[in-house]
Design a protein around this ligand. Structure first.
Ligand code: MG
Length: 161
């Protein structure tokens, strides 16, 4: 088995739509970024790539490459899952913590889990998403952006040396 850790943060930017875990949050301020700035999926991608020792999101989808401008991060995650599986790994579970003052994530947690499980082709029981605030501390606590920490556990079922 292998564990991987992923981290990402994006600052809010007026006029952008907010997409988290492949779910759009209508009426909420979006995040600044080259792609759709889905900070939750970006952290999960880095956790998966880290566990499989396959580099990081920047090496796969460079943010100065026009190909990834406004990219749908859910599609990037699908691609990464395909690559990780192609290297002989199965996804045991994902656990992610989203830190922000807004939006409030609790009412959306089940939807996020369902969407991520569907994108990754795993059971919802393997995906955990937790939301919390930063208690008003630091830039995230003052509402400047969203930060995500994620871990991924992979199982090689004896296939990877
Ligand atoms: Mg990012």
């Amino acid at each position: 088995m292998r564990i991987g850790f992923g981290y990402d943060s994006h600052r809010f930017e007026e006029g952008r739509r907010l997409v988290l875990g492949g779910v759009e949050f209508p009426g909420e301020t979006g995040l600044k970024g080259h792609s759709d700035a889905d900070v939750l999926i970006h952290a999960i991608i880095d956790a998966l790539l880290g566990a499989a020792a396959l580099g990081d999101i920047g090496s796969h989808f460079p943010d100065d490459d026009p190909a990834w401008k406004d990219a749908d991060s859910a599609q990037l995650l699908t691609e990464v899952v395909r690559e990780v599986r192609g290297a002989g790994w199965t996804i045991a579970n994902i656990d992610a913590t989203v830190i922000c003052e807004s939006p409030k994530l609790r009412p959306c947690i089940e939807l996020l889990r369902e969407r991520l499980a569907s994108v990754m082709g795993v059971g919802k029981g393997r995906i955990s998403v937790k939301g919390k605030t930063n208690e008003g501390m630091d830039d995230v606590g003052s509402g400047k952006g969203i930060e995500v920490h994620a871990v991924a556990l992979l199982d090689d079922l004896g296939a990877v040396k």
